[in-house]
Design a protein around this ligand. Structure first.
Ligand code: FAD
Ligand code: NAG
Ligand code: NAG
Ligand code: NAG
Ligand code: NAG
Ligand code: NAG
Ligand code: NAG
Length: 667
């Protein structure tokens, strides 16, 4: 049993709940003064599961829990807690009987919670409930906040991930939200909620997550988890939903000696809202290296780690999910538990790679960390220009790009990671952009040495490059200098991907066929994004890979490839045509040259034909699905392409353009 030294804390909301009760129920009996009653509610009385946290301390936000005793006390204070009770095995059946229908309750339905009911949720959660106002509403009439200057600010910031992550419901890829309120100086359509949730709960305590989970389950409304809103496939959006917004769970704690049966050493515990730049800044300050993403503002403990999580350090250390030692999580029944090597072990397996928004709301993650390590980032580019005197010919350009592929295996074996793009600049002309090449544990000279054979090849084709090096004695500084903040907010592109297996590099003919399949979308006017990664770099890792739910395709790959198709005509019909073209023609060619491989669910195609095989692996999907059925018999957690999503559909869709702005219904 752990001892928590902080004084008993009390939900500020309890006082508010009483106020609510007194001010709305005329016949309310005297429930006493707030101080007296709130003092009686001791939220440090933890459920046994939560108290079993290995040797990490709970964050203050995690000590504020909803328990049976808290509910009983609220009830004794006269609060109607019937919509906040924990789940029981019989609920799942009862719910289906009660609703009769197949769909989640939607705004406008008779069963949609009334204003006073929403008010009660707000009061119990300490006033943290936010009714959604679309993030670009200031550009429109109708929401009461029309404002030219504000609209200009929103327009200017729309491609900036900081803007969307600070908003309770805004998402960074509005295509799947339905594009119902894009910033515009001259809007022609009204601004509507579309796929934005109706409400968001701005989470500061775990008890608020539990309230939201119980409330959504018992009212049969859709629940969405929004962390940063980076998700490419609309997995953090959903019409008619209550969103659990985890962005403000920002605690970071270095644990000097963390023990599990298989690990003893330094670890870092981070709250669900911590983002890459914050984790790396903490690492620099406190002297550790953590495995996180390249994207500066991506959330580490949410969708990223749940999907596996690739990192500039992956070729040397593996994926982020391979480093998890424990999760704290609120389950579909509302209970707060630990998943680790010693508790809820099947859940622990699934949460490491099996995807977000499936088994519960993760509140914190403990990661194994490494000592400080030097690293070097490098940026350079080259382009064809067949019309310029002495310019690089198109053939030379492709030969230079193709030559790079010959180094994918040796580069990852040396521990390197790269992030590069190939795109047309003018009809028949192309640009290759290395942004950046990243070499962990290497000096500038060592990095230059690793790149030299390829750069020599380029010279042989008449291509001169001018690499800019960013060496540093720690990961943070090399990463910060090497990786620019990526632009978001676009709705004129659709992406899909493939984890090309290493065996495609084993003979030249297969590699040529692979390269041709990759070249094709670029020649068709699209963009190629490539990550040369091996997770882990074969032969580099001392210990065996952990057994977790990471897509088995990750273990075989040396190229995580992304194709981008541009949606120049914004009409839904035209988008659908391009969307199908990406999925069936461009990515179809990729699948044809890599049969049995997969794609990285967090950076993949939302209309991928065989999601279960491709995103999870045939060897793992049945186990993930069985656990989903067991842990969430209520069907509370849903996200497109998530485990179990095949049991649901969203109404009012155009084929090939699946938005989140219809009703969520059971198949
Ligand atoms: C600019 C950019 C850079 C990227 N860089 C990388 C990279 O370097 N490496 C990499 O692997 N991926 C990268 N990605 C992809 C990224 O991993 C996914 O977009 C991921 O889903 C983001 O997770 P999030 O929690 O930040 O975002 P959100 O969109 O808020 O959430 C994503 C999904 O996770 C669920 N979720 C969020 N929080 C929780 C929680 N606490 N508990 C349970 N479920 C939760 C959400 O419901 C949703 O389904 C990048 C994406 C972008 C747009
Ligand atoms: C509930 O109230 C009782 C009596 O008022 C008190 O003894 C008990 O500690 C409270 N329990 C919790 C979990 O707050
Ligand atoms: C928004 O844009 C302004 C200038 O256009 C900039 O100063 C500000 O930092 C941006 N804010 C965010 C959150 O992106
Ligand atoms: C959410 O809560 C945090 C922490 O209390 C607060 O700083 C922030 O302003 C809130 N955000 C919104 C949009 O209410
Ligand atoms: C090619 O080079 C010429 C100058 O010689 C320049 O004007 C033109 O913009 C270049 N084209 C591309 C596609 O870079
Ligand atoms: C980093 O490089 C040093 C010296 O070359 C080597 O001893 C060490 O094992 C490397 N670290 C990792 C994590 O590869
Ligand atoms: C692969 O392509 C290269 C250049 O495009 C060519 O020279 C080589 O002959 C091809 N190899 C095979 C086996 O097809």
């Amino acid at each position: 049993m752990m001892f928590y030294p902080s004084p008993p804390k009390v939900l500020g909301a309890v006082v508010l709940a009483q106020t609510f009760f007194l001010s709305t129920a005329a016949s309310a009996q005297d429930v006493g003064n707030g101080a007296g009653n709130t003092a009686a509610i001791d939220l440090t009385t933890l459920s046994p599961a939560a108290a079993a946290v290995d040797n990490a301390q709970l964050f203050p936000s995690e000590r504020l829990q909803l328990t049976d005793a808290v509910l009983a006390n609220l009830t004794s204070l006269g609060v109607d807690t019937s919509l906040f009770a924990f789940g029981t095995p019989s609920d799942a059946i009862a719910l289906d009987k009660r609703t009769g229908g197949k769909c989640k309750v939607f705004p406008g339905d008779k069963a949609w919670p009334s204003k006073p009911v929403w008010k009660l949720l707000d009061l119990l959660s300490g006033g943290q409930l936010i009714a959604t106002i679309p993030s670009a509403s200031s550009c429109y009439k109708g929401w009461g906040d029309e404002d030219e200057a504000e609209c200009e600010y929103v327009t200017d910031n729309w491609t900036n991930s900081f803007f969307h992550m600070e908003d309770p419901t805004s998402v960074m890829w509005p295509l799947w939200q339905g594009r119902t309120c894009l910033p515009s100086a001259t809007p022609t359509e009204p601004c509507t909620l579309g796929g934005y949730p109706s409400y968001a709960l701005n989470i500061t305590t775990i008890s608020q997550i539990q309230l939201a989970v119980n409330f959504a389950r018992l009212t049969n409304i859709r629940l969405v988890i929004k962390n940063t809103g980076h998700d490419f496939n609309g997995r953090s959006a959903g019409a008619g939903a209550l969103a659990v917004w985890t962005h403000h769970l920002k605690d970071i704690k270095l644990l000097e000696s963390y023990k599990t049966p298989s690990y003893k050493g330094r670890a870092v515990k981070i709250g669900a809202g911590v983002q890459a730049f914050e984790l790396y800044e903490a690492g620099k300050k406190l002297g550790f290296t953590a495995v996180g993403g390249e994207g500066k503002t991506v959330g580490i403990a949410g969708g990223y780690v749940a999907g596996g999580g690739h990192s500039p350090l992956s070729s040397i250390y593996g994926l982020a999910a391979d480093h998890v030692l424990a999760f704290e999580i609120v389950l579909a029944d509302g209970r707060f538990v630990t998943a680790s090597e010693t508790s809820n072990t099947e859940l622990f397996w699934a949460l490491r790679g099996g995807g977000g928004a499936t088994y519960g709301v993760v509140t914190s993650v403990v990661f194994k960390v490494y000592p400080v390590m030097k690293a070097t980032a490098v940026q350079f580019s080259f382009a064809s220009n067949s019309t310029a005197p002495g310019g690089v010919s198109v053939d030379a350009f492709w030969a230079g790009a193709r030559a790079y592929f010959d180094y994918f295996i040796p580069h990852t074996e040396a521990g390197a990671y790269s992030y590069f793009s190939i795109v047309g600049t003018a009809p028949g002309e192309y640009l290759f952009n290395m942004l950046p090449f990243f070499a962990p544990n290497m000096t500038q000279a060592e990095t230059a040495g690793l790149l030299a054979p390829w750069l020599d090849d380029l010279k042989g084709f008449g291509i001169e490059v001018d690499p800019v090096y960013f060496p540093a004695d720690n990961f943070h500084d090399a990463w910060d200098a090497g990786f620019p903040l990526e632009a978001v907010g676009g709705s004129a592109a659709k992406t899909g991907g493939r984890l090309f297996p290493r065996k495609n590099w084993e003979d030249e003919a297969t590699l040529n066929a692979t390269f041709d399949a990759i070249k094709y979308p670029v020649e068709e006017g699209g963009m190629f994004l490539g990550f040369n990664i091996a997770a882990p770099g074969l032969g580099r890792r001392g210990s065996a890979l952990p057994d977790n739910a990471v897509n088995p395709a990750w273990r075989e790959t040396v190229l995580h490839a992304i194709a981008v198709i541009f949606l120049l005509d914004p009409s839904p019909e035209a988008i659908a045509v391009q969307s199908e073209r990406l999925t069936m023609d461009w990515l179809g060619r990729w699948r044809d040259v890599s049969p049995g491989a997969g794609a990285y669910a967090s950076e993949a195609d939302v209309t991928e034909p065989d999601v279960q095989q491709s995103f999870y692996g045939d060897s793992k999907y049945p186990r993930l699905y069985a656990l989903k059925k067991k842990m969430d018999p209520y069907g509370l957690f849903y996200a497109p392409t998530a485990v179990g999503s095949e049991d649901w559909y969203v109404t009012d869709q155009i084929e090939w353009l699946p938005t989140q702005n219809g009703r969520l219904c059971r198949v």
